[in-house]
Ligand binder design. Structure first.
Ligand code: HQG
Length: 182
């Protein structure tokens, strides 16, 4: 019962903090933050039960550490995964490991072969540091196919890499020449 409300609250927070803050009548600030007290009030006014305790429990126990609190503990944001175009997480550019991975499915391969990896509806292409994580990401859509990304060569070529607070590598795009298909 408790796990169910943690999962449903995590899904609610993902929706509001990544994609559609307007469902509770709110707007993310330019770095993606919302005031926690205002969010709790707005959620409750829109029929979603939320308390400070529940929000803190979701932040602390979330399997992917999807949400982060500001240093003063007054604000919350999603660490990655946004589609709200105005959000700039202001992450520092970082040198990536030599190889990164992207989990996808067969239906997308032909298109990826022609255009490389594109960010689609989100603000970035998401890459994983290890194959096991990429397998999990791809499995959300079916039988996973893992693409290897030559991050060292991309970085060398001037592409910018950012590491989210929860360990996901974010890039603008991956041109096809940096991809290895299985
Ligand atoms: C595909 C989850 C056709 C791409 C995960 C992917 C991740 C193309 C889909 C995070 C393409 C976009 C993000 C092209 C890319 N042609 N298809 N040129 N380029 N694609 O959900 O990486 O659980 O936006 O392969 O763990 O699947 O939500 O990206 O299948 O970190 O926290 O287009 O979401 O995190 O899908 O997943 P998504 P993703 P959470």
């Amino acid at each position: 019962m408790k796990d169910k409300s943690l999962v449903s609250t995590s899904k609610f927070l993902s929706l509001v903090l990544r994609h559609q803050p307007e469902v509770v009548g709110m707007q993310l600030d330019e770095e993606g933050w919302l005031e926690i007290n205002a969010l709790i009030d707005a959620a409750n006014q829109h029929g979603k039960q939320l308390s400070l305790e529940l929000l803190h429990e979701v932040v602390a126990t979330n399997d992917k550490k999807r949400f982060a609190l500001s240093d003063d503990g007054l604000r919350i944001r999603a660490s990655q995964g946004h589609s709200v175009a105005s959000v700039d997480l202001k992450l520092a550019e970082t040198t990536p490991p030599a190889t990164l991975y992207h989990g996808t499915v067969a239906a997308f391969i032909e298109s990826i072969r022609s255009t490389g990896l594109e960010k689609r509806s989100r603000n970035h292409v998401h890459l994983s540091t290890d194959e096991a994580t990429a397998i999990k990401v791809g499995s959300r859509r079916g039988k996973p196919i893992i693409l290897q990304v030559d991050a060292a060569a991309m970085h060398q070529d001037g592409h910018r890499f950012f590491l989210s607070a929860n360990g996901v590598w974010l890039v603008d795009a991956v041109p096809v020449e940096f991809l290895t298909f299985p």
